[in-house]
Ligand binder design. Structure first.
Ligand code: G3I
Length: 471
């Protein structure tokens, strides 16, 4: 735990330094990732990750380059963390926290009390024992992650659509007061975490958000340390509520933060290009609404790409709900979100929508590899996401990719590979988990670098001594 806390502290220092440098960004040098653009506006841009995502190198490349906040999709929920009474399991959550810290992401803890993904033993308790079980659960989990989470969704989805409270195990045992008790218990365990109530269909002004508003007012009047309200924002294409901005403003005016916590925008499949343009408009609206409210601290998408989204599994016939397609290529919604944040896709290098291929011609023996290199640059820095495909007929087991950085470029961090040295001709080598590239398969890795004006991608790559072809 201590190491994770130290790493977290360093990440905070690093992100503060980054935010400081971004304050100097001139309009002509607008940032070209979601997180850099958000940080320049004192916001964050987050994503949800589940453990299995960490072995997907394409996903990890995008997550590391674009997002500075991470919400565990399932791993901090009660059914994982306390599957039987008094028996705690923080391994999956710890893995995600470590990942976040090593990629300078902060963490939204999700969640401590929820009617769903609640193990049967809790619902089966006599009502007289539920409060103690809830307090023990909150205290143990929030203490375990003390100092490592930016915020907690303390109570998740407490309301029915009509604004009444759900009659779940907690309400049935304690009545409305369970919410104040849960927040106070979490505060005692981790006084520095922002403590949220999080729900869906409270983005616009309606019966459910009115009930949340009244609840927050009541909690504040009782001195309960409520820190924020999470608007999940699981939208249907073209249906971002027009009252979202006003709704966020009224919560902010109560003196709490607001956050867009689980953004996605589902489309009836197949998605047309007009649908994708409407989705871009929707994302732009949401980001702009958050920017317009000082106490809106950031926006998080639920999952990295369409391949990771919960939508197709829950809403039959719907999907394409995120900013990245099935292959982690950015969609119009990505550009729209970035532009709304004041960022632009770099013009001095390849754009996210059409990654530039940098390659040499194939060698005498025929290239068995193909490299695609997407560069996103801002005034003093850049990221590159490099995908190496095995175009040969035999598997690659262990790889070294040699390429030369443009003059003035110095690597500062790397993901999914080791790279040395940090400038000039460099060699990227596989990690243990992405050493094999099957025929037809690919791996992605990336790095962040400083530059002194030349943001060009390397002009040639060779894999295990073989030149690679154009991507
Ligand atoms: O772990 C079991 C596995 O053992 C089993 O083989 C498998 C078979 O279906 O199910 C696995 O559990 C699944 C779990 O995710 C972990 O993968 C559940 O079926 C599945 O229902 C569950 O879905 C999660 C859902 O919350 C549950 O309500 C989604 O991944 C997760 O993205 C989703 O997230 C919620 C937020 O927490 C709150 N807001 C809404 C959001 C979307 O539903």
């Amino acid at each position: 735990m201590h190491n994770r806390r130290l790493a977290a502290a360093l990440a905070v220092v690093a992100s503060a330094a980054l935010a400081g440098s971004l304050a100097l960004v001139r309009p002509a040098d607008a940032a070209s990732s979601l997180k850099q653009s958000a940080e320049a506006k004192s916001k964050y841009f987050g994503t949800a990750l589940v453990q299995s995502n960490l072995s997907n190198s394409s996903l990890v490349g995008v997550a590391a380059a674009q997002f500075d906040m991470m919400t565990p999709g399932n791993e901090m929920k009660w059914d994982t963390t306390e599957p039987s009474n008094g028996s705690f399991n923080f391994g999956p959550g710890d893995n995600l926290v470590s990942f976040a810290q090593s990629h300078s992401m902060r963490v939204r803890g999700h969640n401590l009390v929820w009617h769903s993904q609640l193990p049967g033993w809790v619902s089966s308790l006599p009502t007289s024992q539920v409060q103690a079980a809830m307090e023990t659960h909150i205290t143990t989990e929030a203490t375990h992650y003390k100092g490592e989470v930016y915020s907690w969704d303390v109570v998740n989805e407490p309301f029915n659509e009509d604004g009444s409270l759900r009659q779940d195990a907690f309400y049935n045992a304690m009545g409305t007061g369970y919410i104040a008790d849960a927040i106070r218990t979490a505060h005692a365990a981790d006084p520095n975490a922002k403590l949220y109530l999080n729900d869906y269909n409270i983005e616009g002004e309606n019966a459910k958000s009115n009930a949340m508003y009244s609840l927050v007012q009541s909690l504040i009047s009782q001195g309960v340390p409520i820190g924020g309200v999470g608007l999940e924002s699981h939208f249907i294409l073209g249906q971002v509520p027009s009252s979202m901005l006003a709704n966020m403003q009224r919560f902010a005016a109560l003196g709490v933060d607001v956050a867009v916590t689980e953004l996605d925008d589902r489309i009836q499949l197949p998605a047309s290009s007009a649908n994708l343009q409407q989705q871009a408009t929707d994302y732009s609206t949401v980001v702009s609404d958050c920017l317009a409210v000082t106490r809106c601290v950031g926006v998080s998408q639920w999952g990295v790409g369409d391949a990771d989204s919960w939508i197709p599994g829950t809403f039959s016939g719907y999907g394409a709900a995120t900013m990245y397609d099935q292959n982690y290529q950015p969609k119009p919604a990505y550009t729209a979100a970035l532009n709304a944040l004041g960022g632009t896709v770099s013009s001095s290098s390849s754009t996210p929508t059409t990654p530039t291929s940098s390659s040499s011609s194939s060698g005498g023996g025929g290239a068995a590899c193909k490299v695609t290199d997407a560069v996103n640059a801002w005034n003093t820095g850049l990221t590159e996401n490099i995908t190496v495909s095995n175009t040969g007929s035999s598997a690659v087991n262990g790889w070294s990719l040699v390429f030369t950085l443009a003059s003035g470029q110095t690597i500062t961090s790397t993901w999914n590979a080791t790279i040395s040295p940090t400038s000039g001709q460099v060699t990227a080598k596989n990690m243990s988990y992405n050493a094999a590239i099957a025929p037809g398969g690919s791996v992605s890795f990336g790095f962040q670098a400083n530059h002194t004006g030349n943001t060009a991608a390397p002009s040639a790559f060779s894999l295990n001594g073989q030149p690679c072809s154009n991507g």
